[in-house]
Ligand binder design. Sequence first.
Ligand SMILES: Nc1ncnc2c1ncn2[C@@H]1O[C@H](COP(=O)(O)OP(=O)(O)OP(=O)(O)O)[C@@H](O)[C@H]1O
Ligand SMILES: [Mg+2]
Length: 232
Amino acid sequence: MARNGLNGHERLVTFANPRSPAAEAYRQLRTNIQFSSLDRPLKTLLVTSTSPEEGKSTTLANLAITIAQTGNKVLIVDCDLRRPTVHSIFGITNSAGLTSAMVDTSLSQLPTQEVGIPNLLVLPSGPLPPNPSELLGSHRMQELMARLRESADYVLFDSPPVLAVTDAAVLASKLDGVLLVVNAGHTKREMAKKAKAALDKVNANIVGVVLNNVKYDTRMHHYFADGEKKAK
Ligand SMILES: Nc1ncnc2c1ncn2[C@@H]1O[C@H](COP(=O)(O)OP(=O)(O)OP(=O)(O)O)[C@@H](O)[C@H]1O
Ligand SMILES: [Mg+2]
């Protein structure tokens, strides 16, 4: 899938076109996640995938919006300290973010930003460090994580792919759950199995798998269209 396929707000279908079938699919994802965690509170969630460009950041951004739309406070934290994109999806600056808060322990307020969507705040990656895995596994990150956890009802973390570097596994072991994005177009079965094994190894709680980039069944359109008509 082309990296320049959709840009910025175009990727935020849940915001730009909340009545579309795609937005409905993200709402179903939200409901499934909420039901999957009835006995085990799921407040911090990592979104990852086996390899690059499978739709992690797009899925995370839209899921965050649908949760915010229910009135819950949501914070997105961009922990992809290699190729961060959350700031560009929401059209905000990346001059300060997670890494700034890690370096400057005297910051009384986290450099989160509003993005024009009620109940949603974003903490971009900040300037990129030379040693992302080390930073994400540090004691300082652990402390910051506790602070992030307290600052919203749900905290969603973006990350690099599981099979490329250890960052996602390092984070997964510290969070309540992991959502694995699989791209219907190009994720290989073997890769998905390897990613699951890497996450199991650190005792990650895989709450579900999102099948992204699925061909849209036009027959379903009538269902949604009829539903919309009836709702009027
Ligand atoms: N369901 C979708 N429909 C159309 N385009 C999509 C969809 N999901 C992702 N894309 C496009 O695919 C590209 C990669 O998506 P995204 O940045 O979300 O993937 P990623 O897994 O976070 O990538 P990276 O590994 O670089 O972090 C983007 O251009 C995005 O707009
Ligand atoms: Mg990404």
